[in-house]
Design a protein around this ligand. Sequence first.
Ligand code: DX5
Ligand code: ZN
Length: 218
Amino acid sequence: MTVQISPSILSADFTDLAREVARIAPAADWVHVDVMDAHFVPNLTIGLPVVERLAQVSELPLDCHLMIADPDRWAPSYAEAGARSVTFHAEAVSAPVRLARELRARGARAGMALNPATPIEPYADLLPELDMLLLMTVEPGFGGQKFLDLVLPKLRRTRELVSRSGAQVWLQVDGGVAADTVERVVEAGADVLVAGSAVYGAEDPAEAVRGLRQLAAQ
Ligand code: DX5
Ligand code: ZN
């Protein structure tokens, strides 16, 4: 599968999100929306009302990454708000199978995220219930952190598990993805790349997306 790019608006101008999404729309596949609640992670960003509006104005499908406590309760509303993909954290969810089914029933792709220290093996049997696995390559909470190479062996193992299962699960990596790390993650099996500071820290975000895509294709 060709690698997809999902720029994170965490590093964009929060007072002008419609314009910030429009800037990447010609080049990106998705827009990654980081929802943080100051409980599951020590940071607070945006929530449902902003996601609802973004879904109405964005040309790109919304890829919502929920870094929130109790996703069992809140995640289905993000699917109803129009997010095309909704990712909850394995460390926060109580009933992942039920939640993934609820998301799919609402027309969204169901994603599950793993923090750097969370192993994939306990979740191997869940793969057919999921459309995407997000492997965090930084501790969640903030943009602009250094990529954690220690996640690469897990990414390789996850790629193998997915291939063996035959399930159609995309592997997303999130955190510290930039020109100097793209090749490593693609080689290890990633097929959706999230990049925040590497895209919105650039003078021309669309050009930055094209640059990452080119590196990913090599
Ligand atoms: C971190 C977020 C990421 C973040 C990535 O908790 O989940 O999506 O925006 O930012 P960079 O690409 O700057 O590491
Ligand atoms: Zn994210």
